[in-house]
Design a protein around this ligand. Structure first.
Ligand code: ZN
Length: 405
C-alpha cells in the first residue's frame, strides 16, 4: 500500500470470495504463469496507445473474444480516447450541442413522475409488510437524481502536447490515479460523477443512494424532447424505473437511505422477495440465446428483476400523463402500443455470436432481446395493448406472470 502511495490502516473488501480464491491461486499457480499473466496485463494497459504492432495484437485478441472484424474508424477511436481521458472537458462541448436546458427540465420531470409512480406501486404491494414499506419509501425519497451533467466540472491539470499521444494519456491516467487515491480517509464526495456526460449509460449507486443519467443516454431513441410521452416513458422511462428498483434489490437492500451498509428489510419480507427472484431465475434460465447457450438466470437475476419492475413503474407513470389516459392513435398505434414499441426500439442491437457467447457468460444483463421479451411476457397491460392470446409465441397464463414491483 505504501508503494502505491496509499496511507491507510484498513480496507473494505467488496467481494471477499474473490480474494479467497485469489489467495488459493497464489499457492497453486506457478510463478512462471503469474509472470506471464502480469506481463500481459501490464502490456494490455498500454496496448491501444502504443505503436502499430501492439495495437494490432490488441485488436486480434479482442477479435477472438468479440468477433469484431474491422477496427473502428480512427476518428471514432480518438474521440473515444478523448472522452475516456478528459470526458468532463469534452462533455462541456457535448452538452452545448446535444443537451439543452429544456431537455434537462423535461428529463427531471420524467424522473419525478417515475418517483411518484414507484411510491404508488410500493403502497400497493401485497407481499411487503407496512414497516418495510415505510423504510422503502424513505429510501425512495432520499434518492439523489443526477441528470445530464455535473453542476461543478472536473478540471484537468496535466499538460497536453499535440505531438505526444502516449505521454498525454499516461499523464492523464496518473492524474486520475492521484485524484482517486486522494479520496482516501476523506468523507465521500457526493457531487461526483462516474461516467462522462456523453456516455450512453445509466446507473444506481448504492453507497450514495443516487441514480445518474448522463446526457449521452438522454438522446433518441431513449429520450427526445419533441416526442410524445409514450415514446419517452417507454424509452428512458423504462431505464429510469430500472435504476430505481436497484435501490431495493438483493444488492440495494444491503444499503440504507444514506448509503451505509445496513439491511432495512424484515426477514420475512426479504424471504418473500427472494422467492419472487427465484421465479425470475427459473424463467430466464429457460431462454435460449444461441443453439446451446442459455441466459444465466442466476447471474442476471438482479438486472432482470429491474427490467420487469422498470417497465411496470414506467407504465404506471405514463398512465398518469394526458396521453396515457387517451386513445388517440399516432402513426396507426395507440398510446399504449407506442409505449411498448419504444421499449423494443431502445434494445435494437446486432451482435456476433462470439460476442454473445462472452456476453452471456460475463455480463449481468440479459441479451437485448430478452430485456424486452422477458418482462413483456410477464406484463398484463402488454397483452391488452396488442391483444395477445393463448397460442401466441410468448404467451403466459395470468397465473404464471411474475410480478415483483
Ligand atoms: Zn441495472
Amino acid at each position: 500500500m505504501k508503494n502505491l502511495g496509499l496511507d491507510t490502516d484498513s480496507l473494505d473488501i467488496r467481494q471477499p470470495a474473490y480474494f479467497d480464491q485469489l489467495n488459493a491461486m497464489l499457492a497453486f499457480v506457478s510463478i512462471h504463469d503469474w509472470k506471464t499473466y502480469l506481463k500481459a496485463s501490464s502490456i494490455g494497459t498500454y496496448d491501444k496507445i502504443l505503436s502499430k504492432p501492439f495495437e494490432k495484437a490488441s485488436f486480434e485478441y479482442n477479435k477472438a473474444l468479440s468477433g469484431q472484424s474491422t477496427e473502428k474508424p480512427r476518428a471514432q477511436v480518438i474521440a473515444d480516447a478523448v472522452d475516456r481521458q478528459m470526458g468532463f472537458a469534452l462533455g462541456q462541448l457535448y452538452i452545448k450541442r446535444y443537451f439543452s436546458e429544456d431537455a434537462k427540465k423535461r428529463a427531471l420531470e420524467l424522473v419525478n413522475n417515475l418517483d411518484k409512480a414507484f411510491e404508488i406501486r410500493i403502497n400497493r404491494l401485497d407481499w411487503m409488510s407496512d414497516s418495510t414499506k415505510i423504510k422503502a419509501k424513505e429510501k425512495l425519497k432520499a434518492i439523489t437524481k443526477k441528470i445530464g451533467y455535473p453542476d461543478k466540472w472536473k478540471e484537468y491539470k496535466a499538460t497536453i502536447d499535440r505531438s505526444k499521444y502516449f505521454e498525454n494519456v499516461v499523464a492523464l491516467r496518473a492524474e486520475e490515479y492521484k485524484y482517486q487515491s486522494g479520496k482516501l480517509n476523506k468523507p465521500p464526495y457526493r457531487e461526483e460523477w462516474g461516467p462522462s456526460p456523453s456516455t450512453v449509460t445509466a446507473y444506481y449507486r448504492p453507497s450514495f443512494n443516487e441514480i445518474v443519467f448522463p446526457a449521452g443516454i438522454l438522446q433518441y431513441p431513449y429520450f427526445d424532447l419533441y416526442a410524445d410521452d409514450a415514446v419517452n416513458y417507454g424509452g428512458i422511462g423504462m431505464v429510469i424505473g430500472h435504476e430505481m428498483t436497484h435501490a431495493f434489490d438483493d444488492q440495494g437492500a444491503q444499503f440504507d437511505k444514506d448509503g451505509n451498509v445496513k439491511n432495512w428489510w424484515t426477514k420475512e419480507d426479504y424471504d418473500k422477495f427472494r422467492a419472487k427472484t427465484q421465479q425470475v431465475i427459473d424463467l430466464y434460465s429457460s431462454f435460449t440465446v444461441l443453439d446451446s447457450v442459455h441466459v444465466k438466470g442466476g447471474l442476471t437475476v438482479g438486472e432482470n428483476t429491474a427490467d420487469n419492475g422498470g417497465i411496470a413503474i414506467a407504465f404506471e407513470a405514463f398512465k398518469m400523463t394526458k396521453q396515457g389516459q387517451d386513445t388517440t392513435k399516432i402513426d396507426g398505434f395507440t398510446p399504449d402500443q407506442r409505449f411498448f414499441l419504444s421499449i423494443a426500439r431502445i434494445w435494437r442491437v446486432k451482435t456476433r455470436d462470439e460476442f454473445m457467447r462472452t456476453y452471456v457468460n460475463t455480463n449481468p444483463h440479459s441479451p437485448a432481446m430478452w430485456r424486452v421479451n422477458g418482462p413483456l411476457m410477464n406484463f398484463t397491460p402488454f397483452y391488452e395493448a396488442f391483444n395477445v392470446q393463448p397460442g401466441d409465441k410468448n404467451y403466459k397464463p395470468e397465473s404464471e406472470r411474475i410480478k415483483t414491483w
